[in-house]
Design a protein around this ligand. Structure first.
Ligand code: PHE
Length: 415
């Protein structure tokens, strides 16, 4: 890009000096002092006129010999002013005559290009050079729809996990976590789930090939659990009445519920304690819109000699209220590790339906006593995805894990 220098601009307006001289001489020869008087920049004019062989100077007189038809330099000045292209040889002449210069890309120049024009963007250059004061800004058209932008946003699952985490922390719970690959001992046996329980079946549980086995915990603990299964051991119960097999307890699996984290925690805490865990679990399900082979559970225990069944219902109710649900009810249920057992349900106004959300209960002594706890333990394991799906009208659980549909992730209103 080339622009006119101050001198170049003057010649654009008044004509090149040699052009003006020639126009004067076309009317007839004249004396040097006369020409000097009539032509500004006479010495420049004379220099170029002589160089081109247009004039003859004798004694005190100057006259035209053969004038050119046109002035390419003059035309070039006009073109450069209009930002049009100019032949290179002429550019060179104009450059050496310092009538044009290469446009330096400095702020002032950038900014100056806007002055006098209606501008839409306030640029860095306009601000720094102060030229914004001279600029005319185009008014906003507030009726034109804006461009849709998608700033960073939390994934719907991590958003809810964060919110739920906050609810339990606010209620004074501590957070726990555990491994995805677990031993059957912790996932089933420690929870008093008999070894022929259908949930242990290959059709429901993923068994690992590698590692195929896990180590059992300390012998004392294993013995207590074994005896409890067989005949009730140190608990007052009569047990399941079968021969407990340590090999089965060793098999490595993908945890099927986060209740396994609660079982492990029972050996680590001193009552009173409140512990929660939000974690991924795995079940050997055929994947469809309602079922994933993995999903997330919200687990919790309250370990305290002063709590009972009503406290359990109270905690669950409080949790769902803080999640924004208004109507909560409880249905009797059954789990091998709890007595009493309930299934909390919340009411979905939009659908006019009750939705089952998971399980809860008070751990049986067959669970707690072998693990070293002799006070009531309230426990629950709740679905994370089900209420979110209904609430956000997401009708396919695969959206959470497998689909990554950007359209949905971007447009979903999280809360
Ligand atoms: N573990 C049960 C499930 O996965 C839920 C549950 C947890 C039930 C704790 C009772 C107590 O469905």
């Amino acid at each position: 890009m080339y622009i006119l220098t101050e001198e170049g601009r003057k010649y654009l307006e008044q004509g090149l000096p040699e052009k003006r001289l020639l126009e004067l001489l076309k009317k007839g020869k004249t004396t040097l002092p006369e020409a000097q008087k009539r032509i500004a920049e006479f010495s420049i004019a004379l220099l170029w006129a002589k160089k081109n062989g247009w004039v003859a100077v004798s004694k005190n007189e100057i006259e035209l010999t053969k004038g050119p038809e046109n002035f390419p330099e003059q035309e070039a000045l006009e073109k450069i002013d209009k930002n049009e292209g100019v032949p290179e040889n002429i550019l060179l002449v104009l450059l050496t005559r310092k009538l044009i210069e290469e446009e330096r890309d400095d702020m002032k120049k950038k900014a100056e290009r806007f002055v006098g024009k209606e501008i839409t963007n306030l640029t860095e250059e306009l601000i720094k050079t102060g030229l914004w004061k001279k600029a005319t800004f185009r008014e906003y058209n507030v009726s034109v729809p804006g461009k849709r932008i998608y700033p960073g946003k939390r994934h719907v699952l991590s958003y809810y996990i964060e919110r739920i985490r906050k609810i339990f922390l606010d209620l004074g719970f501590q957070e726990a976590s555990g491994p995805f690959v677990e031993s059957s001992f912790w996932n089933f046996d420690a929870l008093y789930q008999p070894q022929d329980h259908p949930a242990r079946d290959l059709a429901d549980t993923f068994y690992m090939k590698n590692p195929k086995e896990t180590a059992l915990p300390e012998k004392r603990l294993v013995d207590e659990v074994a005896k409890t299964h067989e005949n009730g051991g140190i608990t007052k119960s009569s047990g399941w009445g079968y021969r407990w097999n340590p090999a089965m307890a060793k098999s490595a699996i993908l945890r099927t519920h986060t209740t396994v984290v609660s079982a492990r925690m029972l050996t680590k805490i001193e009552p009173p304690a409140k512990v929660f865990c939000i974690g991924r679990v795995f079940r050997n399900e055929t994947i469809d819109y309602k079922h994933g082979a993995e999903f997330t559970q919200i687990e919790g225990i309250v370990v305290d000699e002063n709590v009972g069944f009503r406290d359990l219902l109270g905690y669950l109710k409080e949790f769902y209220i803080r999640m924004g649900f208004k109507k909560i009810r409880f249905r009797p249920s059954y789990f091998p590790y709890t007595e009493m057992s309930v299934e909390p349900e919340v009411y979905f106004e939009e659908k006019g339906e009750w939705l089952e959300l998971g399980g809860a209960g008070i751990f049986r002594p067959e669970v707690t006593v072998p693990l070293g706890i002799d006070v009531p333990v309230l426990a629950w394991g709740l679905s994370l995805e089900r209420p979110i799906m209904l609430r956000l009208a997401l009708n396919d659980i695969r959206n959470f894990y497998y689909k990554n549909d950007l359209e949905i992730l971007r447009n979903i209103k999280l809360w």
